[in-house]
Design a protein around this ligand. Structure first.
Ligand code: KIV
Length: 286
């Protein structure tokens, strides 16, 4: 009875969209229209995806940041379609409510729209994710249009696009110059016209992100793009304080799990070495 009351009270304080049984691209559109912020986080495995979904996050991104966070690669360039499908399958088994967006990895959509469509179909069929995300604007428009013809929802990604790191040379803030800012606004409009359902804006000045968010009717999801985007995304391992060697200005750490995990593992080692673990209660008898 008490649990029912708590759930009832919690639901009463939630918006219609937060109560949605399943988040869809349509829900996100409605949230933008209603001025409700969209929450998005990455996940790459079953256990953490379950926690993220249970906590009520609207969108789970199976990001190609798995290349860094899961595989220890320096960039997102090496991750393959097979790796992304594997991570998306693990996440999909855990999720009841959130919309699952899967990153298309580098080399599976640039320059050839037929390959782009084939890759997106593989992601959808083999992982049962709900949408794909591609980095770039006008240069990849044909790929986006072709994927959309198959009824696959597409999220765009503008600003700092980490798959192009070797072109940029650094991970610093993008579009500070007028010409790059103008191109970004044009690209955002192109993606909207093509039929993308949302756009990630990564590491751009907050004023520009505000301008883009006001100029288009689809939601913008910011990372390092200030408070005026329609939603926010972070890499889960950064927010939890598991990855400690990455501290950009935009990151807010809600936990310092690296320290807690270190302490727990050291205690375990010490208990095993001293003979304290396992004790009588932790042992079976015949
Ligand atoms: O791969 C990823 O985690 C991303 C986010 C940074 C938006 O693309």
């Amino acid at each position: 009875m008490r649990e029912f009351q708590i759930n009832h009270d919690r639901r009463k304080s939630m918006s219609v969209h937060q109560q949605a049984r399943k988040v869809t691209t349509h829900t996100l559109q409605e949230m933008k229209r209603a001025g409700e912020k969209i929450t998005m986080l990455t996940a790459y495995d079953f256990s953490l995806a379950k926690l993220v979904d249970n906590a009520g996050v609207d969108v789970i991104l199976v990001g190609d940041s798995a290349s860094n966070v899961m595989a220890g690669q320096v960039t997102t360039v090496p991750i393959t379609l097979e790796h992304m499908i594997y991570h998306a399958q693990c996440v999909q088994r855990a999720v009841d409510r959130a919309l699952i967006v899967v990153d298309m990895p580098f080399g599976t959509y640039q320059g050839n729209s037929a390959i782009a469509l084939e890759s997106a179909i593989r992601i959808m069929k083999e992982s049962e994710g709900h949408a794909v995300k591609l980095e770039g604007g006008a240069e990849i428009l044909q790929s986006i249009e072709r994927i959309l013809t198959a009824g696959i929802p597409v999220m765009g990604h503008l600003g700092l696009t980490p798959q192009s790191i070797y072109k940029f040379g650094t991970y610093t803030v993008r579009a500070k110059e007028d010409s790059e800012a103008e191109k970004l606004i044009e690209d955002a409009k192109l993606l909207e016209q093509a039929g993308c359902f949302a756009i990630v804006l990564e590491k751009i000045p907050r004023e520009l992100a505000k301008k883009v968010s006001e100029a288009i009717s689809i939601p913008t999801i910011g990372i390092g793009a200030g408070p005026d985007c329609d939603g926010q995304v972070l890499v889960l391992h950064d927010l939890l304080g598991i990855t400690m060697d990455f501290s950009p200005r935009f990151l807010r750490r809600y936990l310092n799990l690296a320290d807690d995990i270190d302490g727990a593992i050291k205690s375990y080692c010490s208990d095993v070495r001293s003979g304290d673990f396992p004790n009588d209660e932790e042992s079976y008898t015949s």
